[in-house]
Ligand binder design. Structure first.
Ligand SMILES: [Zn+2]
Length: 521
C-alpha cells in the first residue's frame, strides 16, 4: 500500500476560528490533502486511524500545545528594498522616497534581486506570514529581472500576489512645492517610480505583455496591477489600467493619502475632482470591490464613506506610517464605516521589519487613541484584519484567511510553551498584545511545510546570508552616495516640508501638537 504523500495530519492543535468567541480554542485535528484543508474536527485522527482513502497518511505533525492560526497576510509590501533595513532614521516620507526608491539606484544584478526577494520571503515566513502583496518597483522594468523575482517566490513557496509598481507622472511634479523650490535640473533627477516617456498606453501594453508572459506559471503566485498612487498617474494611464484590469480580471493596488503632502497635492492639483484622490480614482473606473488602497491615513470622513460604498479594501501600515512621520490613519472610522481592512508592513526601508505582530499591536493601540470612546478594534478585529481581512484585500477571500475545509492549507503554528503564552489566558489577545514572532514554530503554505521548528525548509538560510553579504558591497556604496545626495538637498527638502506642514488643511492625522493647531481648519 503506497503512502498518500500529499496528505498531512496536524493533531491536537488549538485551532483558531474567527467565529468562535471562546478565549482558548479547544484542540482539533486538521487533515490536509494536497494544497487544501480537507477536514477540521476534534477526534479526526482517531477516526482516520492513520489512513486516508485506504492509504497511510504522508506525514503527521504533532500540534499539541500549539495554537494554529490561519497564515498571516502581509497585505502591503515591497520586496525591492529588503536590504535597506536599518539604513534610515524617522525621516519624512518625501525625503525617504529619495533614499529608498529603486529609480534612485543603478540597475541591480539578478543575484541581488534573487537574494533580496528570498530574504524578504524568509523574513515573512519566519514570523508566520504566508501571503504577501508585493508591489515591486523594477528599475528598469526588465522581463529577465522580473522572472528572477518570480522564480525566487516560487522557490521560497510563500504565496504572493505580485504587481509591478508603475506611474507616468514625475514625482517632483506631484510633491508640494518641489517644483518651485528645486532647480529644474535637480528636480528632474528626483524620480520615484518607473515612468515611461512613451506614454500611458505603451506602459499599460508593457504590463499586459508581462502579465501574459508570466502569469499562471505557479500555484502560489497571482498577479495584480499597481498604479503607484493616483497623483502619479495620468487619467489616460488610469483608464488604460482599468481596461486591462477588467479584461484580465486583475485586482488593482495603489497607495493613497499616505502623508500630509500627498493630501495637500490633491487639494492643489485635483480641483476638477473636488480635491479628492478618491473621486479621481472613481472617475477613471478605479474604485470598486477590486480596488485595494494602501495607507489612507489622511482620508476624509466623506471619502471613507465613498470607499465603503464602493466595496474597496484599505490596507493599514501603522508602523511605516509612524517611521515616515506620516500620521495615524482613522482606523476606528474605517471599521465603523464597514470598510474591509487588511494590515501591511510596507518597505523594509520605512518600517524596517516584516512583522504582522507589530502591525496588529500598533493597529489596536493607535486606533484606541484615535477613538477613545469606541470599543473597536478588539484583539479579534486585529487578528481578523491580519488574516481574513488581508485575504479579501488581496482578492483571496474564500481561499486563505480561515481554517476551514476547502480553504488552502496556509497555516501558522505558535508554540504555547513560549513565555508570550504562559499562562494561556486568551488566544487573540496574546497573539496581538504579547507575541512578537518568537513563538512561530511551523508554517505551511499551499499544503507545503515551509518553516519547521522555527527554520525555513525551502531556503538555505545560511547560504542566503552569504549571498546577501556578496550583494551588499556594491549596494552599500550606492546607499552612501544616495544618502549624501539627499543630505545635500536637505535645506530645500526642509523648506518644502515646512511649507507643507504649515499649509492649511481641513484634516489632521498627527498626534498632539506635531503641527501648529492654528493651521488646521
Ligand atoms: Zn508602499
Amino acid at each position: 500500500m503506497s503512502i498518500q504523500s500529499n496528505t498531512i495530519l496536524l493533531t491536537q492543535g488549538r485551532v483558531y476560528d474567527h467565529s468562535d468567541t471562546s478565549e482558548r480554542p479547544g484542540p482539533a485535528d486538521i487533515l490536509i490533502i494536497g494544497d487544501r484543508i480537507a477536514a477540521v474536527e476534534p477526534g479526526l485522527a482517531e477516526k482516520l486511524g492513520g489512513e486516508v482513502h485506504g492509504a497511510p497518511i504522508g506525514s503527521v505533525i504533532d500540534a499539541r500545545d500549539h495554537l494554529v492560526l490561519p497564515g498571516l497576510v502581509n497585505a502591503h509590501y515591497h520586496s525591492h528594498d529588503t536590504l535597506l533595513k536599518g539604513c534610515f532614521e524617522t525621516i519624512p516620507r518625501e525625503t525617504w522616497l529619495l533614499n529608498a526608491l529603486p529609480p534612485n539606484y543603478s540597475r541591480r544584478s539578478p543575484a541581488e534581486i534573487r537574494a533580496r526577494t528570498l530574504l524578504g520571503a524568509v523574513e515573512c515566513l519566519r514570523v508566520g506570514i504566508t501571503s504577501v502583496q508585493d508591489m515591486l518597483t523594477m528599475a528598469p522594468m526588465d522581463a529577465g529581472d522580473i522572472e528572477v523575482a518570480l522564480q525566487a517566490y516560487a522557490d521560497a513557496g510563500i504565496r504572493c500576489v505580485f504587481s509591478l509598481q508603475t506611474g507616468d507622472v514625475h514625482g517632483a511634479k506631484v510633491t508640494p512645492f518641489w517644483e518651485e523650490i528645486f532647480p529644474e535640473t535637480v528636480a528632474n533627477g528626483m524620480s520615484g517610480v518607473v515612468s515611461n516617456d512613451a506614454g500611458a498606453t505603451a506602459l499599460a501594453d508593457e504590463l499586459r505583455a508581462l502579465h501574459t508572459r508570466f502569469a499562471g506559471k505557479s500555484d502560489t503566485i497571482s498577479w495584480g496591477l499597481a498604479p503607484s498612487s493616483p497623483e502619479r498617474c495620468t487619467p489616460a494611464f488610469l483608464k488604460a489600467l482599468a481596461e486591462l484590469a477588467e479584461q484580465a480580471g486583475l485586482r488593482v493596488f495603489t497607495h493613497i493619502y499616505e502623508s500630509r503632502a500627498t493630501t495637500l497635492i490633491a487639494r492643489q492639483k485635483f480641483a476638477a475632482w473636488n480635491g479628492s484622490l478618491v473621486s479621481y480614482l472613481a472617475a477613471h473606473g478605479m474604485l470598486g470591490p477590486q480596488t485595494t488602497l494602501a495607507h489612507g491615513v489622511w482620508m476624509l470622513p466623506a471619502e471613507i464613506e465613498q470607499v465603503a460604498k464602493a466595496g474597496a479594501s484599505v490596507v493599514l501600515n501603522p508602523v511605516g506610517n509612524l517611521k515616515t512621520r506620516s500620521g495615524v490613519a482613522p482606523m476606528a472610522q474605517y471599521l465603523a464605516a464597514g470598510v474591509n481592512l487588511g494590515l501591511g508592513c510596507d518597505n523594509n526601508s520605512c518600517s524596517d521589519a516584516q512583522n504582522l505582530f507589530q502591525a496588529m499591536k500598533a493597529f489596536a493601540g493607535l486606533a484606541a487613541v484615535s477613538d477613545v470612546e469606541g470599543d473597536r478594534p478588539s484583539a479579534r478585529d486585529a487578528l481578523f484584519a491580519a488574516t481574513a481581512g488581508g485575504a479579501q484585500a488581496l482578492g483571496l477571500q474564500g481561499v486563505v484567511g480561515q481554517i476551514k475545509p476547502g480553504f488552502k492549507a496556509d497555516l501558522t503554528l505558535l508554540r504555547l510553551d513560549d513565555p508570550s503564552f504562559i499562562p494561556f489566558n486568551n488566544a487573540a489577545r496574546q497573539v496581538v498584545f504579547s507575541e512578537c514572532g518568537r513563538a512561530v514554530d511551523t508554517v505551511l503554505v499551499n499544503g507545503r511545510i515551509l518553516v519547521r521548528h522555527g527554520r525555513c525548509t525551502s531556503v538555505d538560510e545560511a547560504a542566503l546570508r552569504g549571498q546577501v553579504e556578496d550583494a551588499m558591497g556594491a549596494l552599500r556604496e550606492e546607499i552612501a552616495a544616495v544618502s549624501a545626495r539627499t543630505e545635500s538637498l536637505q535645506p530645500q527638502l526642509a523648506e518644502a516640508h515646512r511649507r507643507t506642514w504649515n499649509a492649511p488643511l481641513e484634516v489632521n492625522r498627527y498626534v498632539g501638537g506635531a503641527v501648529p493647531q492654528n493651521k488646521i481648519n
